[in-house]
Design a protein around this ligand. Sequence first.
Ligand code: ADP
Length: 185
Amino acid sequence: METIINGAKLSIIQEDITRQATDAIVNAANSSLMGGGGVDGAIHRAGGSAILEECKDIVAKQGRLPTGKAVITTGGKLKAKHVIHTVGPIWHGGNRNEAELLQSAYSECLKLAAENKLANISFPSISTGAYGYPVSEAAKIAEGTVVSFLKETATSLKEVVFVLFDSRTYESYCSALQEITSKES
Ligand code: ADP
């Protein structure tokens, strides 16, 4: 599924994000930046040790990455040129600023991509795996943040892709986008 927002393409596909040939893929990392399970583990396995070395340097310089923030490394052996690492919130029921923190994770990645003059970026579904964020809520925030950014910001970005691993997540993101675009037209 795809749509055009202010001249940029926003699409949703069901695939493995580690195989994306793009300017940047986003990693749903944890604050240690030392790798982990889920998409984080898959990215480090496919990208090789260079990415982990860069992450270690970043943590040595600036400490652990707070929730809602993002940093950029090269893509190592990946087809993607860069990896943007962000930390989404752990779901605690919705009263611990989860929505704001998830929105911040997406917008910090988009800002970093624009600062680095990237043309395309691929996102996984941040926080909806091990971190337990309900997928339909997360999809609205993820897509709403991207749509607002593309509308409101003069940006280098020409393409934003949500790369979703399983069909349930894919369907949720498609429904959320349909809702957002139908409200706008
Ligand atoms: P978090 O800790 O932020 O919840 P997870 O990695 O546990 O992150 O899950 C986030 C999402 O990433 C889940 O929907 C999971 O199915 C998905 N995922 C796992 N591996 C991949 C992959 N290789 N490509 C794209 N998405 C993936």
